[in-house]
Design a binder for this molecule. Structure first.
Ligand code: NI
Length: 264
């Protein structure tokens, strides 16, 4: 069984002490590939550096809604840099995470929307898919996606447990990625969301070092825990874990247009 963790942050400071060692262990446990996702200019650069050192690691570059600078002028500067690094590095497989977050930030909605739309344009120009982060911003997220024509589509990272968003996202051609919270006993809607997403549109991710799934909830997360999310999806969908691993592996390759098959 080989697994693909479609979204982690191995460039995060929480891995400073044992990153290299951990990457060895991750590989030994059947995690064939993972994507280290950027969310700021600095984290995008660090994700790219990591991806350049290892064949089986890929990167995304983008400014998340929680990392928007104070002024529009600064925003344009940073987005120029994001475009440059994404264009220059072949291991960048998407623009992300980008989107809207009205849970953590409500005072800069307009700037968040601008950053989101502008990064969709960058994705279209570079012919890359996007990785969407959205929280408590259902209507605005859908409105921007509908009007922007995201050419290569992409994925809703860490499945928003919102029926409308998942339904419309699927209609627009996006993939949905499930993460740790779907394993929580009190996760509202989690089973329903898993049922809603067809097999050929689902991805799995850890979002490490955050959001550890049961039974390791509360500890630092890492890509080896992807098996718990695969198992949960398998249980709800009545599939074997091997089938979930296989289908999400293929879907991840497809949405991010990966050709490298070094180990097959
Ligand atoms: Ni993330």
């Amino acid at each position: 069984m080989k697994l693909f963790d479609s979204h982690a942050h191995l460039e995060d400071e929480q891995f400073e002490e044992d990153r290299e060692e951990l990457i060895q262990k991750i590989q030994q446990e059947g995690i064939e590939k993972f994507i280290s996702a950027g969310y700021s200019l600095k984290s995008s650069q660090r994700a790219i550096e990591l991806a350049q050192r290892y064949d089986f690691i890929y990167a995304t570059a983008g400014i998340s809604p929680n990392d928007i600078p104070q002024t529009e002028e600064e925003l344009w500067k940073i987005l120029d840099e994001i475009k440059k690094i994404a264009e220059q590095n072949s291991k960048v497989v998407a623009i992300g995470e980008i989107g809207l977050d009205y849970h953590w930030n409500t005072e800069n909605k307009e700037l968040q929307k601008k950053a989101f739309e502008e990064q969709i344009k960058i994705a279209n120009q570079l012919d890359l898919p996007i990785v969407i982060h959205t929280r408590e911003a259902v209507m605005d997220t859908l409105e921007i996606l509908k009007r922007s024509e995201v050419r290569r589509r992409g994925v809703f990272h860490c499945c928003p447990l919102n029926r409308e968003l998942v339904k419309e996202g699927l209609k627009l051609g996006f993939y949905i990625s499930f993460c740790g919270p779907v394993t929580f006993k009190n996760a509202k809607n989690a089973n329903e969301m898993i049922q809603m997403v067809p097999k050929d549109r689902m991805l799995i991710e850890t979002d490490s070092p955050y959001l550890s799934p049961e039974p390791v909830r509360g500890r630092r997360n890492d890509p080896r825990n992807i098996k718990y999310i695969a198992q949960k999806v398998a249980d709800v969908k009545g599939l074997s874990i091997e089938e979930v691993a296989n289908v999400t592996y293929q879907n991840t390759k497809k949405v991010f247009h990966l050709k490298d098959e070094r180990r097959e």
